[in-house]
Design a protein around this ligand. Structure first.
Ligand code: LLP
Length: 433
């Protein structure tokens, strides 16, 4: 536990943000997502302050796909971050949370006309243009409304990051962005610069997610600067903005060795500054878009244990009252997590079990081979570092209701997303009788 931001209290219970997890379960039930808000704030500040310390112009944009809700975006707003959205739903949530439209950026590889219209209507701060089709519809909308929009180009740098294939995004064979190597980026640059409705601000790239080496980001920056050098030479153009995306890795298990968040910033700024002095140009505003590293380690999911199945000499299964509907990451990416008994967190592990979810799906497993004290029915299982891409990827598969979300700060717990009910499950169903 020493590498995780939790405490075990005198009763042997896991405490989250100073509150006994057993009390939380009594009050709110399970499955329950619990966030220690002080950790979210600490993560935001690590990024913001690192830029401040270096005195560079920067924008830290929270990638709200990691976890979007009105409450979390209010915290993000209080910490001064901008917000990146990829859908009308995320945009609407950001606006409802009171994020200033100028501090909202829109991403997406197939933004719909209505998403772009909504973005333009609200005059959001920046649209990260991903493809030629988008340039076309964006121009049509802007022409009709006689408005302009600030845009940056998403570049596919052609880098393989050392992460799961499904969360790599900067590799050459990727659905995202304009390719650097076959002239697409240059073509997009020309189209946008000639377009009176689009204000071209700069370049973006996101190389993937859960990345631990700063070298990958340095490589991405080097690649972008090759293009910048070329454009500077040919057109005398220099960008106002360089956005290096998100993807900073966090600790899920003891095998993960994350780099302190401010170190990513120091390294990125260093490489950008070096390129700028080499090219004798002003340092552009530096943008980053962390999602996971803002909320991931701030979240814990609490479950109640139920049925067990022992297959002698093979495996002991312990089932909990959630699963892939609240955390699809193990099933989708073979993601690994640390789990412990929150109500007996002081007891030594004396057995090994595998934690199953309750969906009708053999792949619905949360943790394989977890060392744990002998589990009794009704124990509380805590899974750590579930703050990112847990709730946001939750589903109603098997018509399970989505779990509730509780925030804890200054020793006070507060429900911020209600637990769904069976009524919510059928609320859009229409009768056919
Ligand atoms: N910027 C862009 C353009 C992105 O596509 C993403 C993530 C981010 C920023 C934020 O990346 P982060 O800092 O959170 O790693 N569902 C997967 C992760 C998918 C990430 C997609 N894009 C997971 O659970 O691991």
């Amino acid at each position: 536990m020493e590498n995780y931001p939790y405490r075990i209290n005198d009763l042997g219970h896991l405490e989250i943000g100073g509150i006994d997890s057993v009390d939380l379960v009594k009050k709110y039930g399970t499955p329950l997502y619990v966030y220690d808000v002080s950790i979210v704030r600490k993560n935001c500040r690590a990024f913001v302050e690192a830029f401040k310390k270096l005195g560079v112009k920067a924008q830290v944009t929270y990638a709200s796909k990691a976890f979007s809700s009105i409450a979390i975006l209010q915290v993000i707003k209080q910490e001064g971050l901008s917000v990146d959205v990829v859908s009308e739903g995320e945009l609407y949530t950001a606006l409802q949370a009171g994020i200033a439209p100028q501090k909202i950026h829109m991403h997406g590889n197939n933004k719909s006309r209505s998403e772009l219209e909504m973005a333009i209507e609200h005059e959001i701060g920046c649209i990260v243009v991903d493809n030629f089709y988008e340039i076309e519809i964006l121009t049509e909308i802007l022409r009709k409304k006689q408005k302009t929009a600030d845009v940056i180009i998403r570049v596919t740098p052609g880098i393989n990051s050392d992460t799961h294939q499904y969360i790599m995004t900067g590799n050459e064979d990727s659905k995202f962005g304009f390719d650097l190597h076959n002239g697409q980026v240059d073509q997009a640059f020309q189209l946008i610069r000639e377009n009176k409705y689009l204000n071209f601000k700069g370049l973006h790239c996101h190389i993937g997610s859960q990345i631990f080496e700063t070298d990958r980001f340095v490589t991405a920056a080097n690649i972008l600067f090759q293009k910048i050098e070329e454009w500077k030479g040919t057109y005398g153009y220099t960008p106002e903005v360089i956005n290096l995306g998100g993807g900073f890795g966090i600790r899920y298990t003891e095998n993960d060795q994350p780099i302190p968040l401010d170190e990513y910033v120091y390294r990125l700024v260093e490489v950008i500054q070096n390129h700028c002095s080499r090219l004798n140009m002003e340092v552009p505003e530096i943008w980053i878009e962390p999602g996971r590293s803002v909320v991931g380690d701030a979240g814990v999911t609490l479950y109640t244990t139920g049925s067990t199945k022992v297959i002698p000499n093979v495996r002991d299964y312990v089932a909990v009252d959630g699963g892939m509907t609240d955390n699809i990451r193990p099933a989708l990416y073979q993601a690994k997590y640390v789990g412990l008994l929150a109500n007996r967190a002081n007891q030594k592990a004396d057995t090994v079990v595998s934690i199953a979810g309750k969906c009708c799906e053999s792949g619905d497993m949360l943790i394989w081979d977890l060392p744990i004290p002998k589990v009794k029915k009704g124990d509380i299982l805590a899974i750590l570092s579930t703050g990112a891409y847990g709730y946001s990827m939750a589903s109603n598969y098997n018509r399970f209701a989505r779990a509730a979300v509780v925030f804890i700060e200054n020793g006070i717990d507060k429900l911020v997303i209600r637990r769904e009910t069976v009524k919510d499950i059928v609320k859009n169903d229409l009768s056919y009788e």
